[in-house]
Design a protein around this ligand. Structure first.
Ligand code: UDP
Length: 363
């Protein structure tokens, strides 16, 4: 039997790990092939950012919670490393599986590798080439010590090959975030805000912002939001505010009757809103993948992306972070000039099964 540590710590991790756990459970039906410990490092800990996702996506209670809480990058990295090292000192798994690009992805990969536990990275190889993003540092460090790369795109494969990774360690399997989306699409839930605002299909926007480049400077953030409100052709904007952004926004005195700033939504409610929206305005990475799958126009307020297939194949476009880019993009959207998207290779809902097959054959 193979033993796995599955590491999660922040919202996008929960969405990426859920189908992997389901695939393990299916694999174990006749004979237990894989046993796992689910380790929550506790970067996101409140109900809105954590518990709701466990409940909605049927993720079991974590076996271990490191409860690292909020803090600076270094505080969180250090806290997670100390906590996970203690766990590994008691018992080591055959493989440590990390997902995505958050702090715990990198911190647990380092601890595992130093204690001679091989590391599997789900969503390995993606690069924005923007080293001002903490996530890019997490990706580079994690991939430099990963043993098994499970990738979402040909671009990721090429990035790894270019950095000298052996072809045999790279498994192009697709996207577990897409597994979750496809498995739950028929279960999306109409959120309360729908009736409260009397939203109409295709006649509102969904917006999310949490990247330091957009939200760390208050005045810039205010300008960006005002510009979006100004050019959104009188449609309502639903803005579930990430806790990081909420801290800054509360000091900015932004208000407009069409701008609805609400608490982060559950996964099923959020994607209900996305699926029926006119378009999404975001700086998230995962949301560009979901809008591609749902064929919803996506305006990304960033200069780079680590997910270029959402642009070359999907519905996503990079507008940059300059507020001047909003007006022309909105005009194009309202004139019917936005592209329709296709589906990237292997984004078919079966990625987690492929990962578990590979691990059970090869580990
Ligand atoms: N999401 C959610 N509720 C919200 C906003 C986002 O469930 O109010 C989900 C969204 O569907 C996507 C994920 O959170 O699956 C994206 O997380 P985030 O933007 O925090 O991370 P990133 O993708 O930028 O790493």
């Amino acid at each position: 039997m193979i033993t796995l540590d599955l590491i999660v710590g922040a919202r996008p991790n929960f969405i990426k790990i859920a189908p992997i756990i389901k695939a393990i459970e299916r694999k174990n039906i006749d004979r237990k092939v894989i046993s796992f410990r689910l380790i929550h490092t506790g970067q996101h800990y409140d109900a809105n950012m954590s518990d709701t996702f466990f409940r909605q996506l049927g993720i079991p209670e974590p076996d271990i919670n490191l409860n690292v809480g909020s803090g600076t990058q270094a505080e969180q990295t250090a806290g997670i490393m100390l906590g996970y090292e203690k766990v590994l000192m008691k018992s080591k798994p055959d493989l440590c599986m990390v997902v995505g690009d958050v702090t715990c992805t990198m911190a647990c990969a380092i601890v595992a590798r130093k204690m001679l536990v091989p590391v599997a990275h789900v969503e390995g190889g993606i690069r924005s080439d923007d080293r001002t993003m903490p996530e890019e540092i997490n990706r580079i460090v994690t991939d430099s010590i990963t043993d098994w790369f499970f990738t979402t795109s040909e671009t990721a494969n090429n990035n790894l090959i270019r950095s000298g990774i052996d072809d045999e360690k790279i498994f192009f399997v697709g996207n577990t975030m897409v597994d979750t989306l496809l498995a739950n699409r028929s279960r999306f839930i109409r959120p309360e805000i729908w009736d409260k605002l009397r939203l109409i299909e295709k006649e509102y926007f969904v917006m999310t912002l949490h990247r330091p480049a957009n939200v760390d400077e208050g005045e810039k953030l205010k300008q960006l939001i005002n510009e979006i409100v100004k050019h959104s052709h009188d449609l309502p904007l639903v803005f579930p505010v990430h806790p990081r952004t909420a801290r800054i926004i509360s000091e900015l005195n932004i208000s407009n009757p069409r701008l609805h700033m609400i608490k982060p939504l559950g996964y099923l409610e959020f994607n209900y809103l996305v699926e029926k929206s006119k378009a999404v305005i975001t700086d998230s990475g995962g949301i560009t993948e979901e809008t591609t799958m749902l064929d919803i126009p996506c305006m990304t307020l960033r200069d780079t992306t680590e997910r270029p297939e959402t642009i070359s194949i999907g519905t996503n476009e990079l507008l940059g972070t300059n507020p001047d880019a909003i007006a022309p993009a909105m005009n194009r959207l309202f004139n019917g000039g936005w592209k329709t998207g296709g589906i990237p290779p292997l984004w078919d809902g079966h990625t987690a099964e492929r990962i578990i097959e590979i691990i059970s054959k090869t580990a």
